[in-house]
Design a protein around this ligand. Structure first.
Ligand SMILES: [Fe+2]
Length: 165
C-alpha cells in the first residue's frame, strides 16, 4: 500500500494505516494463513482473516470479484467507479492479486490516492467520497466484504451535509 497526498508519498505501511485512520478509513495487511498450495479459492485462503473482520465490524458476507483484460464490458464497469461517489454501506476490499487505486476526497482536506496491491485490505466507510481506478496493469482480483448481501450502489451526488460553504 502506498498513499500519495498533495505533498507527500507514504510507503510505510504503519504510517499509511495511521494516515487513513485520521480520515476514518481502516487498513490491514494480510498473508494467507492457509498454506495448502492446492487451495486457490481466496475465500478459503483468507478464511481466518475474513472471519475476524466480519466479527469485528459486523459484516455478513464476502465474495470475490475480478477485473482484467478478459472482463466483458470492463471499460463500462470502470466508468461507474472512476466518478467520485459514496455508498450508504462500507466499501471493504482485500486485494488478492493485481493492483488498483482508491481516490479519497475527505472534504476537509485535499483528496489523496491510496494504491493497493496483494495483501492490502482497505475499508472505506459509508458516506466517504471516493473513486476507483485500475493501474496500467489493468488487473485486480479482490475479496469484497458486506454488511448484508452483496450489492454495489453508488451515489454520485455530493450530499448536502458534506458541501462546504
Ligand atoms: Fe465505491
Amino acid at each position: 500500500m502506498k498513499i500519495k497526498t498533495k505533498d507527500k508519498l507514504i510507503t510505510d505501511k504503519n504510517e499509511a494505516k495511521s494516515f487513513l485512520e485520521r480520515y476514518g478509513l481502516y487498513a490491514e495487511f494480510w498473508s494467507p494463513e492457509v498454506s495448502d498450495p492446492n487451495i486457490s479459492d481466496p475465500l478459503v485462503k483468507y478464511a481466518n482473516q475474513i472471519q475476524r473482520l466480519k466479527k469485528r465490524f459486523n459484516y455478513a458476507s464476502a465474495d470475490v470479484c475480478s477485473m482484467n483484460s478478459n472482463t466483458k464490458n470492463m471499460d463500462k464497469m470502470l466508468d461507474a467507479f472512476v466518478k467520485e461517489h459514496h455508498h450508504t454501506d462500507d466499501e471493504v476490499r482485500f486485494t488478492v492479486d493485481g493492483e488498483g487505486m482508491f481516490g479519497v476526497n475527505p472534504i476537509t482536506d485535499p483528496p489523496f490516492e491510496v494504491y493497493v496491491e496483494t495483501g492490502d485490505l482497505l475499508l472505506v466507510p459509508a458516506n466517504t467520497r471516493h473513486w476507483f481506478e485500475l493501474t496500467d496493469k489493468k488487473n485486480i482480483c479482490c475479496i469484497r466484504v458486506f454488511k448484508d448481501k452483496p450489492k454495489w450502489e453508488a451515489v454520485y451526488e455530493m450530499p448536502e451535509k458534506l458541501i462546504q460553504s
